[in-house]
Each structure stands twice: as C-alpha cells, then as structure tokens.
Design a protein around this ligand. Structure first.
Ligand code: R5P
Length: 294
C-alpha cells in the first residue's frame, strides 16, 4: 500500500507522538475526537471518508478506558471506508498477567491480545513484557510487531561516554541488555533477582567489570523496587555514578522517589508513555516498522 493511502489517527494526548511518526513517514495525521457523556460513555468521531490504510496511534497506559476508545475508533474508521486499520500502541498493557498465577484469575494477556487482534489488521508495540511466550504472534490473532527500543537506548548510553556499563536487573533481560551494549559498544552485566513482595526485591550482580559509571536498563518501572534494588547493588559494589533508563514510564506513586533515594544520578525513559522523565525518542523506530511493505 502506498504511503499516500496511509493516514495516522491520533487521540488528543497522542497527537505529538503521532506527528513525529507522520513527519518521519511523510504521511498526514488526523485527529480522533472524543466526546464524554455525563454517564462516562464516550462517543468517538473520525473524519470521513477514511484512507485505505488507517493507523491509530495511542499508548495504552491507563488502559481500561483507552482500550475501549481505540476499539470504537477502529470501528468508526472501517465504517468510514478504511480497508485496513492498524494500531500503534507504544505501551501495551496487561502483558504481564500471562498465566493464571492463582485459581480464579484470568490470563489477561490472552484476553487483551485476542480482542485487539480481532479488531486490528496489525498491532505495533514496543518491548512488551513477554515472559512465558517468545513472540506476540503466539497470542495476537493478527500481525503483531514488537519494535525494539534497543537502538534508541544504545544511542543514549553511547552519549554517556566510554567505559559505561550496561546493567540489566535480571537474567530474563540478558538478550536485550546484550543488544543494547553491543550497539553502544559498552560492556554489560545482568543481575540475579529475587522478588519477595510487591516492593521487596533483592538483586545480586556477582563480579562486575571495572566501571566508573553504569546505566541500569529495564522495560518498565512499576513499583520502582527492581530498579532501586539494582541501583543499590551497583553502588554498593563501588560504581559511583548509576543512571536508570526505562522504556515505559509507568511509575506507580512513590516509585520515582524510591529510585532516586537508591542513588540514581538520573532517571530517564523512552517517550512511549508521556512523563517528565522522557528523554529518548522512539517515534522514528515506529515509522520504520510501519513502512508499507511492497
Ligand atoms: C520484570 O521482569 C520487569 O522487567 C520489571 O523489572 C518489573 O516489572 C519492574 O517492576 P517493579 O518496578 O514493580 O519492580
């Protein structure tokens, strides 16, 4: 499909991110209008007619209302004539509940993937938290693309100067941490993590390569306990400057304070979720992933 047949559609809070993608792809961005009724239902309006390929851009943090609204927008775009409706959700929620951890719980990951997969022709997200599955396509019944934040984070790490150590908090992050370190031409290490409670995390790094400075990288900081434990471990091992990078800035109340108190010299995030810590732009990576295939 040619780029002239593609248009991006943005909700009010995702307009800036969508414009950055639009500029990189040379495609236009149109607004999605949201009217909230007094009973808290929403009415969605899109411009009509719609292009052949419509791409909705919206991060799904604060997911419960945003999910419903993107589904309504997809329906509106198809009714307005779009033959393909895709979703760019830089942050994809509910990916961590990938099994019923206790009797009586849902497998939220599969529920959300199934709903989105049946309503969109393709879904693009960044660094979704996948633990028990290797690929999004195992749960999304549609084309599902996981865009890596590694190139953008690596370029930020490179800017910190030579001799920076890239540290991942747990063994699960090994492949990702290695990819960032390779692109940043830096050394790397991953810790051994034990979670004893929501806000009680222990991390041990073993023998560390000599470094003055370390950057802890993680896909998400929620309670902040993982990031804080990693920072404490690195500092008590003698690394003086420790900085924190997360992809998705889903900081629960008190998380940033906990991370800063652990000794983080700086906390930055990718701009998948709008937050004052945003310092690493990733729209260009989505633009590259969205390029029409021949
Ligand atoms: C877990 O494996 C993830 O990669 C993150 O480390 C985790 O979700 C962070 O959560 P919290 O900030 O609550 O420790």
């Amino acid at each position: 499909m040619r780029s002239s047949q593609t248009k991006l559609f943005a909700f009010p809070e995702s307009a800036r991110f969508a414009r950055q993608i639009g500029r990189a792809m040379h495609v236009r961005v149109a607004p999605i209008r949201v009217h909230r009724f007094p009973d808290r239902e929403t009415l969605i309006r899109v411009g009509s007619p719609a292009p052949a390929r419509a791409v909705i851009v919206r991060s799904l943090d604060d997911p419960n209302s945003k999910l419903v609204e993107v589904l309504l927008a997809a329906d509106a775009l198809r009714r307005a004539g779009a033959s393909s409706v895709e979703l760019v959700a830089p942050y994809m929620p509910y990916m961590r509940q990938d099994k019923a951890f206790a009797p009586g719980e849902p497998v939220s990951q599969r529920v959300i993937a199934s709903i989105l997969g049946r309503n969109f022709d393709a879904v693009f997200t960044m660094e979704p938290h996948l633990h028990r599955i290797r690929s999004l396509t195992e749960v999304f019944p549609t084309r599902a693309v996981s865009v890596s934040a590694a190139p953008a984070i690596a370029s930020w790490v490179k800017g910190r100067g030579a001799g920076t150590l890239v540290a991942g908090p747990d063994e699960e992050s090994t492949r990702w941490v290695k990819a960032i370190a390779r692109q940043a031409e830096a050394s790397w290490v991953v810790g051994k993590k034990r979670r004893l409670g929501d806000r009680d995390v222990r991390i041990h790094f073993g023998t560390l390569p000599a470094a003055m400075r370390a950057v802890v990288v993680d896909d998400i900081a929620s309670s902040g306990a993982t990031m804080a434990a990693a920072i404490r471990a690195l500092r008590s091992a003698g690394i003086k400057q420790v900085e924190a990078v997360v992809v998705h800035a889903i900081f629960a109340p008190g998380a940033l304070t906990m991370i800063r108190r652990a000794g983080a010299r700086r906390v930055v995030s990718c701009d998948t979720v709008a937050h004052p810590t945003n310092a690493i732009r990733v729209a260009g990576l989505f633009a590259a992933a969205l390029k029409p295939t021949r």
